[in-house]
Design a protein around this ligand. Structure first.
Ligand SMILES: [Zn+2]
Ligand SMILES: [Zn+2]
Length: 115
């Protein structure tokens, strides 16, 4: 079973790729995602700076793949509607913050499609 090891606060965190991707196939996630996009059909980051861009993707503000915290995966308040560009930037930011602290590097590991 493929696993990905990430370092968090000097201890190893193992992210199970299968578990991670499984979330996105659940009815629970699909319903939650549909609800969020219905509530916020416009990219929330773009909106903040006065642009109106249709939201294409739903992003987890706090990444649930750390500690495999599935309560974060299904937490409506942890979701944000983003356009493709802002979503890319959100992950870039996470990556930089994570790399700077040495704790976490989402999206770097091969074979995991972070969302
Ligand atoms: Zn945007
Ligand atoms: Zn994301």
């Amino acid at each position: 079973m493929p696993t990905i090891k990430l370092v968090k606060s000097h201890r190893q965190v193992t992210v199970n790729k299968k578990e991670y991707q499984k979330v996105y196939n659940t009815r629970r996630w699909k319903d939650l995602r549909a609800r969020k996009i219905a509530d916020n059909p416009v990219c929330e980051e773009c909106e903040r700076i006065g642009r109106t861009t249709p939201a294409k993707e739903i992003h987890h503000i706090k990444p649930f793949e750390i500690d495999n915290d599935l309560s974060l995966a299904y937490d409506y308040d942890n979701l944000i509607s983003l356009c493709v560009e802002c979503h890319k930037q959100a992950h870039e930011k996470l990556r930089m913050v994570g790399a700077a602290s040495g704790r976490y590097s989402p999206g770097i590991k091969e074979g995991i499609e972070y969302r």
